[in-house]
Each structure stands twice: as structure tokens, then as C-alpha cells.
Design a binder for this molecule. Sequence first.
Ligand code: PCA
Length: 210
Amino acid sequence: MKILVTGFEPFNGQTVNPSEQIVHRLTAPEGATLVKAILPVEFKKAAAQLQELIEVHQPDILLSIGQAGGRPEISVERVAINIDSVKSSDGSKLLPDNAGHMPVDTPIEAEGAAAYFATLPLWKIVEAIQEKSIPAAISNTAGTYLCNHVMYVGLHQAATQYPQLKAGFIHVPFLPEQIKHREDRDRLAAMPLADMVTALQAVLEVLATL
Ligand code: PCA
């Protein structure tokens, strides 16, 4: 059993991304080997690197992790949609990727499915995190930025080329240090790194039993 786990580099002017720090601290669960990678927050490069990682390592499971700043809990994503868009849903802001690319409502795969569901056991994962007394929930949108992109690309690869591959995505909140100097910090949630690592390690234990 081989698990590929990915995190992301910092983006949006931040100097840290909790997903990167989590990935560095995860260890292989019993009965599995763990391959770790940190992906760039760039549409083209992230997809190419992920495809290469899958081809080289032939994992049984792909678990990608990213930051969803402002969310209060660990969120286990249910679905990835065939859209890249850096436009906020009210149209007020654009968030270019780290290479300056700004797709708006662009399909990821011209001939691809409109959406893919995660193929990991979502409730088992949520419950394993909650058992550690850490808040967790299923999320029904991974957004339209890099996290959705990487989740879609992984599931598309699985659907079209790697039938043994199960894949899914987990979003994590801000770290306390990311919000402490912000004026709106009273309204923002954050979670200590140690709790995030405990949660994701518990997820790996579940994945190793699949
Ligand atoms: N979060 C972003 C991209 C990279 C990351 O960690 C997202 O939610 O799309």
C-alpha cells in the first residue's frame, strides 16, 4: 500500500502554508509507505507535477492537502469541479496564481467530466478526526482555485488511467500565526499546527486500512 500525500507552497502573499508544514510532519502509518510532495500554487505546474508523481510512484491512494483560510474545521472535500476560476464568487476580486495566471471559468479538461466525487471514505475520515476531539466536517465545495484544480486532476487521472488509484482532498484552517496581525482576526478561525498534524495522521491510519 502506497500513499502519496501532497501539500502546497504559500500563496496570496503569505509566508507559510499549513498544508506544507503538516506534510513535513506526517509519518507513514503501519502497513503503508508514504511519498510526500509539495506542489506549487500554479495551475499548469501543479497539474504537471502531480501527473508525474502519480506516474513515477504509482500510488494506491492520493491525499492532497491545502489551506482554506477562514474555515473553522478540517474539511474533507466531497467533489471537484471542471472549472478554474481565480474570480471570487461575487466577482469583486481576482487572485492570480503564483505565476500570475488568471483563468476565469476555464474548464480544466476540455473533454473531462463536469465533476468527480472523491473516492475516499469521507465519513470514516471525518469521524477519525472527530475522535481526536478536533473539529471536522464534509465540505461540498473545494472552490475553483488550485485546491479544486489538483483534486480534479488527481481524480481525472484515476478515472482515465489509474483505476486502482483512490483520491481525495482535505482543506485545513489558518494557523494562529497567520491571523494574529490581521484587523479582522476576531472573526477568523485558526487551528494549532499540532492539532492539524494529529488530525491528518489519524486520516493516514484510516487510509492504510483500505
Ligand atoms: N489553498 C488554495 C490553493 C493552495 C492552498 O493551500 C485553495 O484552496 O485553492
